[in-house]
Every structure is written in C-alpha cells, then in structure tokens.
Design a protein around this ligand. Structure first.
Ligand code: SF4
Ligand code: SF4
Length: 256
C-alpha cells in the first residue's frame, strides 16, 4: 500500500514520550544537563539462529550476550530521554532547536527503524491531514522509501544499534544493572543519578576492548506462566521487586 505523508509540524511527537537515543546522542543529551533512563529487556537464547532467520539475526545484532541462570540469553538496553511534557528542544514556533543534530528517531518518525514492523498509521501521533494522498509519496509497497535522507537515517540508526551494543554492555556493567524484562512483555527501567552515570560512561570507554564473561541477568516478569516456564528450563525469573537490589521501575506493555 502506498502511503503519502507530509509533516504538519504539530509537535505531538516532541512531547510526552520516551525518546530512544544512540550512545552518541545520549552523551550529547546528558552533556546538555538532561537525565537519561536505561530500558532493559532480554530473551532466552539457547541456540544461534539459522542464517535465514532474519528477525532473530536483527535482534542479535542489537543485543549482547548474557547468562540467566543456566540459560544463555541476549540482552537489549535502550538509552532513552523521558519527555514528560514538551521536549526541552522544542521551540515556541514548534521547530526543533537542535534540528541539524536531532536524534535519528526524530528524523525517522513516523517511519519505522525495525525492518520487521510495518508502518501503522493509526498508531502514529500525526494528524489525519499529514496522511493526505496529495502529500508526497512516503512509502510504497510497505518497504521502499523514496526519501534518500530518511533511508539514510534509518540505516545509520540500525548501524548505531549494532555498534552501540558492546558499549551498552559495559555501561550496564559499570552501573551494576542486572534485571531485564522478558522481551515483548515490558521493560525494566533504571534511572541512574547524574554522577554515577557520568562515571559509568567513563568506565565504559576505559574498558573498551576488554573481553568480558557474559554478565548475569535476572529476568523480570509479571506473568505466572512466564515465571514457571523459565524456571523449568534453568532460568532465573522474578516478579518485579522494587525493594530487591538496585531500584528500578517496571514498564508493562500489557497483554497476558
Ligand atoms: S529533539 Fe527536536 S525533533 Fe526531537 S523531540 Fe526534541 S524538539 Fe522534537
Ligand atoms: S506528529 Fe507527525 S505531523 Fe506532527 S510533528 Fe511529528 S511527524 Fe510531524
């Protein structure tokens, strides 16, 4: 299906959301005096995927190895800026104050970074007139993007996901993160204070190149069936426990 789109500059995608950032973007955001969160999810990884399992290979590229009890796992950590209200970079005329350096995700929206997720207009914040057929062609056949700048931003964002994965592993180790939600169910969200995050960024740089043993991660789930299933195969899974170890929030994606 052809999709036509033109941004109306309504600014809805610049407020009240979590902005996923690459490591470079996160450092820049942090250096500007703003806080960051780390969203962690993980999935059991008993064997490597077949070469034609492109979806699993995509997950593998953007994750790092961990151990969950006796189970090999892959862990994904997403650095985010939590925009409660307007983005601090959104100007009064609804233009972006860091337009030339805005994060990839801002350049890409409302398109998708994940090649396995189809663009769902209804799930986007853009007003109806943004999708008017009189607007330029945005996407055709669900895959081809006629805008070369958009294509470039998507490819660079995917590449950053890949390059950033080992840095995120070191950053997580430096912060002592050890809980991750079961993928697809939610996220464990850590909100480190500025001092410790600054030190963790430094340590993540210093330890670059070090080979590490796969770190140990506990899975977190609210679903009794998940808890039981992981336990039977040697995994360690717990319900969210805000009092145990380092404090975190659990972001539930819903479902049963
Ligand atoms: S950085 Fe710019 S484009 Fe991105 S959310 Fe903020 S104001 Fe919007
Ligand atoms: S929500 Fe859509 S139309 Fe509104 S500013 Fe963002 S991309 Fe543009």
């Amino acid at each position: 299906m052809d999709i036509h789109f033109k941004c109306t500059q309504c600014g809805k995608c610049c407020q009240d959301l979590r902005l996923p950032l690459t490591i470079t973007e996160a450092r820049r955001w942090f250096a500007a005096g703003r806080d960051l969160q780390l969203l962690c999810e993980a999935t059991p990884w008993p064997t490597e995927p077949a070469p034609d399992n492109l979806q699993a290979l995509h997950w593998r590229r953007r994750s790092f190895a961990g151990m969950n009890g006796m189970l090999p796992a892959r862990v994904t950590v997403i650095l985010t800026a939590n925009l409660a209200g307007r983005c601090p970079e959104l100007q009064a005329d609804m233009r972006c104050g860091i337009y030339e350096h805005r994060p990839y995700i801002c350049r890409i929206y409302p398109a998708e970074v994940n090649p396995f997720r189809r663009l769902d207009i209804k799930a986007k914040l853009c007003p109806p007139e943004a999708w008017d057929p009189k607007n330029p062609l945005f996407q055709t056949g669900g895959a081809t993007l006629p805008d070369p700048d958009l294509q470039d931003a998507i490819l660079r964002s995917r590449e950053a996901d890949f390059v950033d994965a080992p840095v995120k592993q070191r950053l997580s180790a430096a912060l002592g993160l050890d809980r991750a939600a079961v993928s697809g169910e939610g996220f464990v969200m850590y909100s480190p204070d500025r001092n410790e995050l600054a030190q963790a960024f430094e340590r993540a740089d210093e330890s670059a190149g070090d080979d590490q043993q796969p770190p140990r991660w506990r899975f977190v789930s609210k679903r009794p069936r998940t808890l039981a299933a992981l336990e039977t195969v040697g995994g360690i899974c717990e319900a969210p426990q805000m009092s145990a170890g380092r404090p975190y929030d659990y972001l539930d994606l819903g479902g049963t």
